[in-house]
Design a protein around this ligand. Structure first.
Ligand code: BTN
Length: 262
């Protein structure tokens, strides 16, 4: 796994001009945790793990990845100058996974802000984390987990409870995929979307994301200030925040990604 990854990255001009360091780890607790503790937060540092033992998901959840069957990696990028639209990083990361899935001929669906599903089952998740230095933002870590070749027996080999039913590309595509090829395609797509962000093409990010969004109009439960709110997702705004119409009060809440529980 990842035998020729560094060479492929060097050869692909689009990738090599963006990726400055590649770290391939045999085993690590979490690629995001590894990235966070690096002293030099060099823009374009890619950390790929063959095995991630304590993968972290959003809202302190666990991300299970089953060794070499699936992809787990993190990319360190400079913290965006335009902090107002920081939330778009979650969306553009989801876009890059969705674009990758489409290249395989499968149909991705996105749940706000960045769960990626196929046939209503979760195939990938994104965890974006900021790194601070003396309270000053230094970098942003984009962690992506993509289920490539795991099967149902892997997912249900213990009594782990999934928030969303899990799936993999091979379950949905009914064939095995090469993680080596996929990591290259996915990184290329991620670079495309980050480049669009840096060119301030925010509308392009939002419209691609919106057209693959599945929970628009659907009923959601949100936890805010320890209160549970029920209502409908009505749209996202230009910062990628969710506009949520509370059923009982008819009030529109603007939520960032930390606040959605279901
Ligand atoms: C989620 O769906 O809640 C986000 C899952 C993110 C998992 C990836 S795997 C690579 C990176 N390292 C981690 O510990 N988490 C992210």
């Amino acid at each position: 796994m990842f035998v020729d990854l560094e060479e492929r990255i060097r050869k692909e001009e689009k990738i090599s001009s963006f990726i400055n360091n590649v770290v391939i780890l045999e085993e690590i607790d979490s690629t995001n945790s590894y990235a966070k503790q690096l002293k030099d937060q060099v823009d374009g540092t890619l950390i790929v793990a063959k095995e991630q033992t304590q993968g972290r998901g959003r809202n302190n959840r666990t991300w299970k990845s089953f060794g070499e069957k699936n992809l787990t990696f993190s990319l360190i990028v400079n913290y965006p100058e335009d902090k107002e639209v920081l939330g778009l990083f979650s969306l553009l990361s989801a876009n890059s996974v969705a674009a990758t899935i489409e290249e395989l001929g499968l149909i991705p669906e996105i749940k706000w802000p960045n769960d990626i599903l196929i046939n209503s089952r979760k195939v990938s998740g994104v965890l974006c984390e900021a790194v601070f230095d003396n309270n000053k933002p230094r970098s942003l870590i984009i962690g992506i987990g993509l289920n490539v070749n795991s099967n149902k027996d892997d997912f249900y080999s213990d009594d782990f409870v999934y928030r969303l039913e899990p799936t993999s590309l091979s379950i949905e595509g009914k064939k095995e995929y090469s993680s080596n090829d996929l990591v290259v395609i996915l990184i290329k797509n991620l670079i495309n979307w980050i480049t669009l962000f840096r060119l301030k093409k925010y509308e392009t990010i939002l419209s691609f994301w919106r057209s693959r969004w599945i929970d628009i109009g659907s009923e959601l439960v949100v936890t805010q200030d320890q209160m549970v709110l029920k209502g409908d997702a009505i749209d996202i705004n230009s910062k990628g925040e969710l506009l949520f119409l509370e059923k009982e009060t008819k009030k529109v809440h603007v939520l960032n990604s930390g606040e959605l529980s279901t």
